[in-house]
Design a protein around this ligand. Structure first.
Ligand code: ZN
Ligand code: FE
Length: 241
């Protein structure tokens, strides 16, 4: 495994992700809401910043870009189609783009739904998925711009990734997601175990992410929805919960 991902907590419940390619020492940060917490972690580790990878245009995912650019002049990667509402991009990408990151590559997966220009990144070398606000542990993003069908199809695109994939999502929403998921599948044993584990972790102030995609497949009602109609029903119920 050459690339590692670690969460950097930001704002009240955001995670930016620090990526390090251990072979070359290249670094990247995904979705920095703020600059200061990222700078603090980089300085503690004695690292610079080579890349910023953006999943979508919301303030809580790009707010720290300007401050990090001033300090490190990193290469900024984001969706070409959303360039008009993202910070200036050095590498505009689209479905299937492969971005070189040290010895590894990030593959771009277009995942419209939360926003129309939302993208995810997958790093095979390290099995890391950066779904932004498309997929959360036991939940998924709200549909601010896209339809339920688009979101269902976007999440289905993760279907060919291995169970061992580490899901590095954009928010710590797992506790409230667990409460809702249990109303959808009260008898799901794997979900009940995960809900207890999440309660313990949050009680100790620990992040519940990353989580394996295999565990999400066993427990997340939005991945488990069998068609776009049932997905839409669950999404609406969550919005009104
Ligand atoms: Zn968002
Ligand atoms: Fe967000």
């Amino acid at each position: 495994m050459t690339v590692t991902a670690q969460a950097i907590p930001m704002l009240s419940d955001n995670y930016a992700w620090l990526l390090i390619d251990s072979a070359t020492g290249k670094t990247g940060i995904v979705d920095p809401a703020e600059a200061a917490p990222a700078i603090a972690v980089l300085e503690r580790l004695g690292l610079g910043l080579d890349f910023i990878f953006l999943t979508h245009h919301h303030d809580d995912h790009i707010g720290g870009v300007a401050g990090l650019v001033d300090m490190y002049h990193p290469t900024i990667v984001g969706n070409q189609a959303d360039a008009h509402r993202l910070p200036p991009l050095d590498i505009p990408v689209h479905e299937g783009s492969l971005v070189e990151f040290g010895n590894a590559r990030l593959r771009v997966i277009e995942t419209p739904g939360h926003t129309l220009g939302h993208i995810s990144y997958y790093i095979a070398d390290g099995n890391i998925l950066l779904p932004g606000d498309t997929l959360f542990s036991l939940g998924c993003g709200r549909l601010f711009e896209g339809s339920a069908e688009q979101m269902f199809n976007s999440i289905a695109k993760y279907g060919d990734l291995p169970d061992e994939t580490q899901v590095c999502a954009g928010h710590e929403y797992t506790s409230s997601n667990a409460r809702f998921a249990l109303t959808v599948e009260p008898q799901n044993e794997a979900l009940r175990r995960r809900a207890v584990q999440v309660q313990v972790m949050r009680g100790q102030g620990l992040p519940t992410l990353p989580v394996s995609l295999g565990l999400e497949r066993a427990t997340n009602p939005f991945i488990r929805a069998r068609d776009a109609q049932s997905f839409a029903r669950i999404r609406t119920a969550k919005d009104n919960a």
